[in-house]
Design a protein around this ligand. Sequence first.
Ligand SMILES: [Zn+2]
Length: 163
Amino acid sequence: MYVRKTQRRNKDGSVVRYVQLATNRRVGGTTQADVLLNLGREDKLDLDSLRRLVASLNRYLGDTDVDVAELLAVERAAADRARRALETAERERRRPACRRCSAPFSDERWEEKERGWNDDGLCAGCRQADADQKAREEAERERAAVEAAEAEAKRSRPWWRRT
Ligand SMILES: [Zn+2]
């Protein structure tokens, strides 16, 4: 059995194609096509019903049903997505937050905390703010020390050299 295509030319020159299910039969010395089923005009074929017929034949033959395989793949992909979403949500619930401003830790900061030594429990932003504050205080102390040294140098100079 095979799918056979025939065509008919209209008077206006246009061509109409037909699709048939046929089988070959030997008649004398020649081969003749026996049409088993006319499927109709090619441009008006019901492709979905043909696909259902193929699936039905596959099921009958015990071959993997393409539709079922596709369905299973789609279901598996959906299940994978759901599992990943759940894992992500689970992970987010465990995400630590800054002990000062309560901002959730970045992945980088979280990993650092997991490694765990000498952790201050602060987010990167609060850490930076602390570092900036420390730098300002340090600069202020240096400035005060320089000023004190200058004042001391002024005091220890002889009176005629004081300005
Ligand atoms: Zn913070």
